[in-house]
Design a binder for this molecule. Structure first.
Ligand code: SF4
Length: 310
């Protein structure tokens, strides 16, 4: 999409600044990038991974620490995959990159019976290949382009269908125990990223080439969150804040909080049980829904309800 007028340019700059600032804040909050890191950026050809690479390349110029970036795409040999798109784009950026060609598509088609969901095997194969590539490249971190809505969707998927209070962390050790996975866009809104991708005209590669059906459970959660965002401004921001602000003593998991050892101390306890009192909510979150003019983010700065106009 062409940026033509002065106001479009101003709005684009604001959007870009916001995404860069939130990415910088997430990186700092979780110590995602350290001096000397070699970061493998996983590029799928979707809007999120393009945005992540673009933002990290910019941060690389100004960050107080020195780090290297290497972009990696896994060509899974899905029918119609436009294999020239990513190499041409990455060469134009002048960034180090590696395209891995592995026909996981045929393996999945061969192993998974017709009509069954293919994503579990496909992602397991992809994960293994990416871990192996990270080792080959000497990468110290693996960066993925998941954003705030991905994190919340995962939280609800786990609660609704998995019986677990578990989201998608901004930083974690990989399940093979050998790598550190980071999600620098953890604080960024999906709609900001989508708009940014549109304005930057990233050469998006469609994500349905494998012919897999969309995950209905994820679709349901997405729909629910989109509806909430429209009907209850600020709810998404509040939910994300909740993920960063957990009170283990007010849940019921003995592994997180040893309820068996509780003894009264005789002095007031901050965050102690208030018996029959109803919960009050001193904080109210503003929706950062304004696509272009938002300047502060509720993730970082909750608004005190006492400061709001009556
Ligand atoms: S949607 Fe297709 S490419 Fe993506 S994980 Fe599922 S099977 Fe693999």
């Amino acid at each position: 999409m062409q940026i033509e007028t002065r106001s479009e340019k101003v709005n684009f700059n604001k959007l870009q600044k916001r995404l860069r600032r939130l990415t910088g804040q997430a990186i700092a909050a979780y110590n995602m990038i350290e001096d000397g890191d070699r970061i493998m950026c996983c590029l799928s050809g979707g809007k999120d991974s393009y945005a992540m690479l673009d933002i990290l390349l910019n941060l690389q110029k100004y960050a107080p620490v020195r780090f290297e970036l290497v972009a990696v795409n896994l060509d899974q040999k899905q029918p119609g995959f436009p294999e020239h798109v990513l190499p041409e784009y990455l060469a134009s950026l002048g960034v180090e990159y590696r395209i891995i060609e592995e026909d996981t598509y045929s393996i999945v088609k061969d192993k998974v019976p017709e009509g069954k969901t293919t994503c579990a095997l496909c992602s397991r194969l992809r994960r293994g290949i990416l871990y192996r590539t990270a080792t080959e490249l000497g990468a110290t971190k693996i960066a993925l382009g998941h954003h705030r809505e991905d994190i919340l969707e995962t939280l609800f998927l786990n609660m609704f269908y998995g019986g677990k209070l578990k989201a998608m962390p901004p930083k974690l050790i990989s399940d093979d125990g050998k790598h550190i996975v980071i999600r620098p866009l953890a604080f960024c809104r999906e709609k900001d990223i989508a708009r940014f991708a549109e304005l930057k005209e990233f050469p998006i590669i469609p994500c349905n080439l494998c012919g897999s059906q969309p995950n209905l459970q994820r679709q349901t959660i997405k729909g629910m969150m989109t509806e909430w965002d429209k009907r209850f401004p600020g709810r998404i921001e509040s939910m994300f804040r909740a993920v960063t602000n957990v009170a283990p003593s007010h849940l019921a998991d003995n592994r997180l909080y040893d309820f068996s050892k509780l003894v009264p101390r005789g002095t007031p306890v901050e965050d102690g049980d208030t018996a029959f009192d109803r919960e009050t909510f001193p904080l109210q979150f503003t929706a950062d829904n304004d696509e272009e003019t938002n300047t502060e983010d509720a993730i970082i700065k909750p608004v005190n309800i006492m400061d709001l106009p009556a």
